[in-house]
Design a protein around this ligand. Structure first.
Ligand SMILES: [Zn+2]
Length: 489
């Protein structure tokens, strides 16, 4: 009998909070400056310097805790985590150990394609800490040097730790996408993975016949795709190790492995440290932080509508499919607002969703100078255009022309645009007359259709369009077939 296994995954996400200055000093956090130009005695740990907490960083952390439905203690404190790194000049990192600023939250995830059951992923804790600097190796050609850039040292990080509730790489990727979207909606981070604003480590092991394999922590994953690949690789690797050495599993220590994206494998780095190795102790230079009940309530009230609720509203109030709601919400608040306004104009919400999620988005992708906030077609204008399409004032075949003209001209007057494009409603009687004329001139088409080749009608549609670009091709097809049917009687 072949054995099956369950993959158990927990994630640790480090999010750089979007403050102007660092967590315990006034140095800038701007990305990309000349190395070592954004430092001061506090963040490089000179003797006698004293840290002062950045209130804004704490506020952003509170906002995130509220969005993740965490509980917060009445007060929280700072601890020193001792370890030596060349890019950590103090020899310790200020973090939070046994009294994190928030804990016991959750984030609900679901898959619009229903590949897994919707689930609640528990958040064990979210705590604040300062970032380390960066070591750069072999940057200068021909010199095997290592360089240190301390600009990042002391930047505020929120570490979000989940319970091991995720059961597949897809669930893990979905959680990360949803978390990122949530963080962007509440405006606490730009979540730019290339610039290191969002970093992910994953803990993974297997449950096989009631036995748990040792936990492996995977590091160095630079994209959500990398997380997905690394988890799939690691699960398979652990299963192979189990098959080969199953009985000895109890002796294998916890391990940290690095993901090598080019090779598509994880490599062993070191055995995983226990928290006792870090010799945590309360930082004597920083006082505990208390959060008043009223302040916490204010933060909770300030969150606005979060992605999950928005998706739900789009599905229930606007009858969009789960997929359409997901596409819109994933683009961020401004686009959702734009859709709401366009849908309010009275046309069908489904049609508005199609236009926004397909045509408007495509235009935004094609023209990098445009943003939804400065889009040449206002949401109201798009709504009016959709209403006209529905009422037949704009034939659907000509709607793309109207849209393109509105974008190009920057005019928000749909009526004027229709005139300038020569678009006018074609009456039913006009259409019938046109079809009759075309059929009379094309006896071969009639014969073909009677012989069962209905696609022969295509030739008529082409001719009809030439005579009147405003005709609706689908109607020409319908009417012509009806007329041919009647002739047969
Ligand atoms: Zn500084």
């Amino acid at each position: 009998m072949s054995e099956t296994y369950t993959t158990i995954i927990g994630l640790e996400v480090h999010v750089q909070l979007g403050t102007q200055s660092k967590l315990f000093c006034g140095c800038s956090t701007k990305f990309g400056a000349e190395p070592n130009t954004q430092t001061c005695p506090v963040c490089i740990g000179l003797p006698g310097s004293l840290p002062v907490m950045n209130r804004e960083a704490f506020q952003l952390a509170l906002k995130t805790a509220a969005a993740l439905d965490c509980e917060i203690p009445s007060h929280t404190k700072w601890d020193r985590k001792q370890y030596y790194y060349p890019d950590l000049p103090k020899g310790y990192q200020i973090s939070q150990f046994d009294l994190p600023m928030s804990a016991n939250g959750f984030l609900e995830i679901s898959d619009p394609k229903s590949r897994f059951e919707p689930k609640r992923v528990r958040i064990r804790r979210a705590h604040l800490e300062e970032d380390a600097g960066k070591s750069l190796h072999d940057e200068v050609a021909g010199k095997a040097d290592s360089l240190i850039d301390l600009n990042r040292t002391g930047t505020p990080l929120l570490e979000i730790v989940t319970e091991p509730d995720l059961k597949s790489s897809l669930e893990a990727k979905t959680f990360l996408n949803d978390l990122k979207l949530l963080l962007m909606y509440i405006g606490v981070s730009d979540c730019n993975m290339q610039e290191g604003s969002l970093r992910v480590d994953a803990n993974v092991n297997l449950h096989i016949n009631g036995i748990a394999t040792p936990i492996v922590e995977i590091k160095n994953m630079n994209s959500f795709r990398a997380v997905e690949r690394a988890l799939d690789y690691e699960a398979q690797r652990q299963f192979t190790v189990w098959q080969e050495t199953g009985k000895k599993l109890g002796d294998v220590p916890k391990q940290t492995r690095g993901w090598d994206d080019a090779a598509g494998i994880t490599r062993g780095q070191r055995s995983k440290e226990e928290s006792s190795d870090y010799r945590y102790f309360p930082d004597p230079d920083l006082i505990p932080v208390a959060v008043a009940a009223g302040e916490w309530k204010n933060v909770q009230a300030s969150l606005g509508e979060l992605p999950a609720k928005l998706r739900h509203r789009l599905e229930s109030d606007f009858t969009l499919s789960a997929y359409d709601a997901e596409v819109l919400v994933n683009q961020g608040q401004p686009l959702v607002e734009y859709f709401f306004e366009a849908a309010k104009a009275g046309g069908s919400a489904k049609l508005a969703a199609n236009w926004v999620s397909q045509v408007v988005l495509r235009t935004l992708n094609e023209k990098p100078d445009f943003s939804i906030e400065t889009f040449p077609i206002s949401s109201g204008t798009l709504g009016r255009m959709i209403e006209f399409i529905q009422s037949g004032k704009i034939p659907s075949s000509r709607a793309p022309d109207v849209f393109a003209k509105l974008v190009e001209s920057g005019s928000n007057d749909v009526d004027v645009t229709l005139v300038s494009l020569g678009i006018e409603r074609v009456d039913e009687s006009e259409l019938i007359e046109l079809c009759e004329k075309l059929l009379a001139a094309n006896p071969k088409t009639i014969a073909d259709v009677r012989a069962g080749k209905t696609q022969a009608i295509g030739a008529l549609i082409g001719q009809a369009k030439k005579q009147n670009p405003n005709i609706d091709p689908a109607r020409v097809r319908e009417i012509s077939l009806q007329l041919i049917d009647k002739m047969a009687d």
